[in-house]
Structures are given as structure tokens and as C-alpha cells.
Design a protein around this ligand. Structure first.
Ligand SMILES: NC(=O)c1ccc[n+]([C@@H]2O[C@H](COP(=O)([O-])OP(=O)(O)OC[C@H]3O[C@@H](n4cnc5c(N)ncnc54)[C@H](O)[C@@H]3O)[C@@H](O)[C@H]2O)c1
Length: 455
């Protein structure tokens, strides 16, 4: 295919060489004449292992060239890849001036071009940027989106220092678009590469790099906080983290990576507190670890806020324990939610087949007695009765029996789901997920409100 790449920095230069090596003809565009001249002399614009050889070879073959003239590049190609920088402003916002400038240049160049032109954003951009770019291109070209041109988001996952190796071995190829034909055409550029191809919505693709890189930074900071505590105790932090990484069931796995409700139970809160106290006593600062409990409180608060959108309604809780299949109520976030709502005078019933009050003993009993002493008056033994008598159903645990019963709930009842019990419910207008779909809650209001469990 014939491809133009706007921006000949790290991403652009590596893409230029590697796409050409995979059999495509590539024109690089940059405002920097120096970089354009380098490419046209068969030299890379960056220092990076193997890229010098690739650029020299592809230059020799006549598969790559560079120019400062956008119109020339757009005219001769079917796909334009945008790989210009997206630095942060001093306030921390994304500076999109280079992206928008390229979009305008591509749009103007397209005025004189027939046929469908595809624009692929390779730069890291926040959700909504592709739509802004499409508007600029439509205005500058006079063409309609998905008629004269299409836009896709195609984030790059390479790392400097191993960029060529990463290009040829991506963890996955991600393409977001509202135009399937365009997404599939861009996917063909990478058909020689290993890794899963994922075609998804524009905004999902746009946010992925931020989620990935935020997590990578979190991993580094978490390991450093663990390391700092370990070294104060004379413990080999590398041995600790090596063992940590050997647990592929709970640690290095997709377990716990589902957005939803707060954690609870007898172990996570207790052991997190233990680690924090250990660090504190050693005078080691651990702000990442310290933030975990706050995030959990915010999640409980969020749940309360969502339910409070339905004042004076009969609330029915499906599950009260901290997870399905147990009667452990200790530090169950649902207990905190019920407690907060009861304090506001809410009318609450609860169904949880695992809870038998006469069987509760020890710290489990002490915990619930101190939080909801009259729990027996709220418990309903028959799930059908609870569903029938409630206006709002709150799903707190992922019990199999809840799935089928919720599929047949009347539209006049609202379902508030903390566990994503059944994806089939997501399209229903009476359904609210705690952090998927629409929650309608004012997200600016969590911490400041006086009504929250946080205060
Ligand atoms: N560097 C990385 O490791 C890496 C990895 C993945 C994603 N990214 C993302 O890719 C994007 C590019 O990063 P980079 O490190 O390659 O940037 P870079 O700063 O190295 O290169 C950007 C290039 O764009 C050129 N440019 C600016 N305005 C232009 C215009 N109007 N027309 C043509 N060219 C123009 C600049 O002259 C420069 O050569 C960023 O969004 C970055 O976050 C970078």
C-alpha cells in the first residue's frame, strides 16, 4: 500500500522504515527540513537499534522518501498516519496543536484528491480527539466523514531503546474506528505482525495508551514502595518481587481487573492496613499504597450516590456479604452502603441466601451487630418476594441465581448493578452500572458532598 506518515520522530521514523520493510511504499512528512533531508539520504532521524540499517536498505530500494509538502504526500497515498508529538501543556493538558495543524494540512490536500482517504492517528491522544480531527479535516477538505475520508485511531505501543524490536513484536494491534472498512484496511498494514488484532470503538482505542501507561507507572511505583519498605527491613526486595511475579493466578493475571464495587472482607483491608502501618513505623513514605483505601472509600461513596438518585423508593439488596458464596459480612462494602442509607431513612430489604443470622459467630457477628444491629428485620428469605416488593434492585454479589431473576424484571423497576451480573442487561433503559454505561451522577460531587460515607 502507499502510505504517508506525518511526523518523523521516534514513532514516525520507526514506522516509516518498518512499514517499508513489510512491503509498503512510504512517504514521510515533517516540518523539520533536517529530518526530511536525513531520510532522503538514507539516514534515520533518531538513534535506535537496527533503524539505521532498515532506513538505508529501504532508501536503497526506493521504498521510502520524505518531504515537507503535505499535499504531495496525500496525493500519492491511500492512508495518512499521524505520528506528531502530543506534549503536555504546563497545566498538564494535552497540547494538540501539532495534531490539529497536520489535520488541517491533510484536509486542504484532500480537496484535490478523489476517492476515500484514510487518516490513522498513531500519536497518543485522549478520547474525543479523533472526532475533533475529523471535524477539522471535513472543514478543510469540504468532504464528508465516511464518504470522502475516514478516521481511525491506531495507538503505537513501542518503547524507545527497543523500538524496532517492539514494532515487529507488538503485544497486540489496536484499531478504533466508526468505519469498519477503513479499520480493516489499516489492519492490513500490520498483517505480517504477530499479536492479536483488535478492532474496537474509537474512544476505547484512544484511552488504551493512557490506561496502559498509567498502569505501567503504577507498577514501577508500587514495586518501588515495596522495595523501600523491604530495604529498611534488610529484606531483598528483588527476591520478594520475583516471588510475587510467580503467582500467575492472582498477581500477574487478569484477576481483580474488572471495574466494579469496592473490595472488602476480612483480609484485604486488614493486610493493607498492616503494610501501611509497617511503612509508617519505618518512616517510609508509601503514597501509592496509602491511596488504595481512599479509592475504596470513593467507590463506596459512589454506590451510595447512585442509589440516592432514587429517594423515597423501596430498595432491595441482592446480596450483602463481601462476595458471592460466603456469609462473611466483615468489611463488606454493601454493609457500609446499607448503613449509610439507613442513616438517611431509606426503606431497605435484603436477600442473601448465604446469611443465616443464627449461624453467624465471632468477629463476623460482632461486625454486623455493630453496623446494622436490626439486620434480621431487613432480611427477606424469598428472592421473588424481594424483587416484587422493591422499586430499585441493587446487585451486590455475583450469585448465579440473580442472573435469571433479573432478566425477567419489569421495566418499572430500576436495576443498579455493582458486579456486572449480566451483559445482556446493559442495553435496558432501567439499568445502571456502577462504572459502565450511564450512571447520571455528578462526578464532581463525590468528595465535597456532606451526605457521603467519606465525611
Ligand atoms: N516515543 C515513544 O516511545 C512513543 C511510543 C508510543 C507512542 N508515542 C506517541 O507518538 C507520538 C509521537 O511521539 P514521538 O516521540 O515520535 O514524537 P517526536 O517529538 O519524536 O516527533 C514528532 C515529529 O513531528 C514533527 N511535526 C510537528 N509538527 C508537524 C507537522 N505539522 N507536520 C509534520 N510533522 C510535524 C516534528 O518535527 C517531529 O519530528 C506522541 O503522541 C507520543 O506520545 C511515542
Amino acid at each position: 500500500m502507499n502510505i504517508s506518515i506525518f511526523g518523523l520522530g521516534y514513532v514516525g521514523c520507526v514506522s516509516l522504515g518498518c512499514l517499508a520493510q513489510n512491503g509498503h511504499t512510504v512517504i514521510g512528512v515533517d516540518v523539520n527540513q533536517n529530518k526530511v533531508d536525513l531520510i532522503n539520504r538514507g539516514k534515520p532521524t533518531i538513534i535506535e537499534k537496527d533503524i539505521d540499517k532498515i532506513i538505508a536498505e529501504q532508501h536503497q530500494k526506493g521504498s521510502i522518501m520524505a518531504t515537507t509538502v503535505a499535499a504531495e504526500a496525500v496525493e500519492k497515498t491511500d492512508i495518512s498516519i499521524i505520528a506528531v508529538g502530543t506534549p503536555s501543556t504546563p497545566q498538564g493538558h494535552l497540547n494538540l496543536k501539532y495534531i490539529f495543524n497536520v489535520a488541517e494540512n491533510i484536509g486542504k490536500a484532500m480537496r484535490h484528491k478523489d476517492g476515500m482517504h484514510i487518516v490513522a492517528l498513531r500519536s497518543t491522544v485522549l478520547p474525543g480527539t479523533c472526532d475533533q480531527v475529523a471535524t477539522i479535516i471535513a472543514d478543510a477538505s469540504g468532504k464528508k466523514r465516511n464518504e470522502g475520508f475516514a478516521i481511525v485511531d491506531n495507538p503505537e505501543f513501542l518503547r524507545e531503546g527497543s523500538a524496532v524490536q517492539d514494532y515487529f513484536n507488538p503485544p497486540l494491534t489496536l484499531i478504533g474506528s466508526d468505519n469498519n472498512a477503513a479499520a480493516e484496511k489499516v489492519a492490513k498494514l500490520y498483517k505480517a505482525l504477530p499479536g492479536e488484532l483488535i478492532i474496537t470503538d474509537l474512544k476505547v482505542a484512544e484511552i488504551m495508551k493512557y490506561v496502559n501507561n498509567t498502569f505501567h507507572a503504577l507498577k514501577i511505583s508500587f514495586a518501588n514502595e515495596v522495595g523501600n519498605v523491604c530495604s529498611e527491613l534488610g529484606i531483598d526486595s528483588h527476591e520478594v518481587m520475583d516471588i510475587f511475579c510467580k503467582d500467575k493466578q492472582l498477581n500477574i493475571s487478569n484477576y481483580y481487573f474488572k471495574p466494579g464495587f469496592a473490595y472488602g472482607g476480612s483480609c484485604l483491608p486488614k493486610d493493607l492496613n498492616g503494610f501501611q502501618t509497617l511503612a509508617h513505623d519505618l518512616y517510609v513514605k508509601t503514597p501509592v499504597v496509602d491511596g488504595i483505601g481512599l479509592t475504596n472509600e470513593i467507590q463506596i461513596d459512589r454506590a451510595v450516590k447512585i442509589i440516592q438518585q432514587f429517594p423515597n423508593k423501596k430498595l432491595g439488596f441482592l446480596g450483602l456479604s463481601f462476595k458471592a458464596g460466603t456469609d462473611d459480612l466483615r468489611n463488606s462494602p454493601a454493609v457500609r452502603v446499607v448503613e449509610a442509607l439507613l442513616g438517611k431513612g431509606a426503606d431497605i430489604s435484603i436477600y442473601d441466601k448465604n446469611i443465616n443470622l443464627t449461624m453467624l459467630t465471632g468477629t463476623n457477628k460482632d461486625y454486623i451487630d455493630s453496623r446494622i444491629p436490626h439486620l434480621s428485620k431487613l432480611l427477606v428469605a424469598d428472592i421473588k418476594q424481594l424483587v416484587m416488593e422493591s422499586d430499585v434492585l441493587i446487585v451486590n454479589t455475583n450469585e448465579a441465581e440473580f442472573k435469571s431473576i433479573l432478566e425477567n424484571v419489569n421495566d418499572d423497576k430500576t436495576i443498579i448493578d455493582f458486579v456486572r451480573i449480566n451483559d445482556d442487561l446493559l442495553e435496558q433503559s432501567n439499568y445502571i452500572g456502577i462504572n459502565w454505561g450511564t450512571t447520571n451522577i455528578d462526578s464532581n460531587n463525590y468528595v465535597s458532598s456532606e451526605d457521603t460515607v467519606l465525611n
